[in-house]
Design a protein around this ligand. Sequence first.
Ligand code: F6R
Length: 624
Amino acid sequence: MGIDVACGTFFDVCGIVGYLGDREALDIVISGLKRLEYRGYDSAGVALAADGAIEWRKKQGKIANLVGAIEDDPLPSATIGIGHTRWATHGAPTDANSHPHVARRIAIVHNGIIENHAPLRAELEAAGAEFTSETDSEVAAHLLESAVAGGAGLVDAMRQVVSRLEGAFTLVAIDAQDPDRIVAARRNSPLVVGVGDGEYFLASDVAAFIEHTRDAIELGQDQVVELTRDGVNVTTFDGAPAQTKAFHVDWDLQAAQKQGYDWFMRKEIFEQPHAVADTLLGRLNDNGELVLDEIRISPEELRRINKIVIVACGTAFYAGLVAKYAIEHWTRIPCEVEIASEFRYRDPIIDPMTLVVTISQSGETADTLMAIRHAREQHAKVIAICNTNGATIPRESDAVIYTHAGPEIGVASTKGFTTQLVACYLLGLYLAQVRGMKYGDEIAAVLGELERMPQEIQHLLDNQAPILELAEELKEEPSILFLGRHVGYPVALEGALKLKELAYIHAEGFPAGELKHGPIALVSQDLPMFVVVPPGGRDQLRDKVISNIAEVKARGARTIVLAEAGDEEARKHADHFIELPRISTLLQPLVAIVPLQLFACEVATLRGHDVDQPRNLAKSVTVE
Ligand code: F6R
């Protein structure tokens, strides 16, 4: 029988919830799991401590299956409970492999990988433990059970257990004989505490408890947290008191609901005007200078920087590609952009004069986190651009610029991307200001244009009808290409990624000028090609892209041209023309991506896919 690694070697995204208070734990845990379902939807389970026993249900598939199983076989009333929603990798996502895992009086849920599970399992089996699943997680249940059976309290038992585990984990445990306590431990895997009025919550993400409290505590690395009916106690793995940081979540339950939209993703696309405006808010002082409060790196240090390396994954990486053009142009500092999972393995040349900028919506992406750790070992300064307060990536960076997009629940990133772009522009302008590369009025001009973006994005959203019609027309296409040049190239890559991950249509983004060096062989009669045309009149960029469109059109492609209003020449080459507002070249991605997001969302909807939870994907990827 193969061993199933709890939540994966490549992806680890499970959602965890714990509740201790005076209300029905089952209701609170289930509603919390529903808000975390975006983290994984292969199976779900809950465990309660009631009347001196552990009672649990777990079920393969979405949380609805678990709810059905509980309706068929109800659970007793309890005020303490834990739950889990899982994204499986190796091995089948079966009922048995679902969490919680129960060993006599102990129930645990686990997120992460216990790398040394095999010898631990062999040792436990030799001592008589009976395993009921193929998971690595179950060893933690048996280890805890054996520690409490030996007389240890749950907190001490947790400390003993974590000292034996290798790998990444959030472990949350309850003990049937101690129904007033939940104990959790965290290493390299997310966990936050929610503090209500006489009730306490544990979750992978604040979304799980936001309807009950907005007061939270972030936990550090290698910490044990104990919830009792009297409060929260956080210690290190060695038992010493630990430093914690309380924070208030600045969004509410409404933000975590669909509010009449069919998908979170569509809602999040339509939230972009707000999200962009919020990310720009409060960045100027009374003298009109840009201030980035969170940057705890001194201007002197920023003046010494001689290279910038941007590190990120997926959509955030594409935001980084756009940032390179802006940062190099505004600051003249050489800027590289690297996929985080490649970064440390190529022994990158970084030193104390390098500024590493990481971009991550979730703030938990393991590849990006590992890149940060590598960069800091080389004494580089690290600035994180992140959307999640208290997440691991901002905590482990020297400084952070928060995007204020609110919760992004749709698995495909949308408002995450546009607010990352805004944060990158702000960083580029700030560096230009600090290093004296731009006059104040030049910076103010770009900021003024950025401030116009929410209304420009709104205008595009208000005029979405042609995109929806286009989606209807192209929904059966087996393959769609995206072309762009300069900052339009990352937009093409992002447009293609959205379509791949949501509609499961083969899609690729190319630099428009590169097409003739090979990919043009793909062009055939009626192949749909989106082309992002740069604004005209400023340099030759636009003219070159128009020539590139003519080249593919001559070979039979069906062209969908995104160009600024009034670009009649571009319109001539277009089978479909999507009007973009007049924006300067560097900022154009902020508007050009919006029709591509709408298109992918609509095609996926028309094809009958689950847009918020695309197959094989999950939201935050916390294992390399
Ligand atoms: C695609 C998408 C992913 C993420 C990537 C990084 O729509 O959402 O490509 O952008 O997994 O995630 P974060 O930004 O959380 O580090």
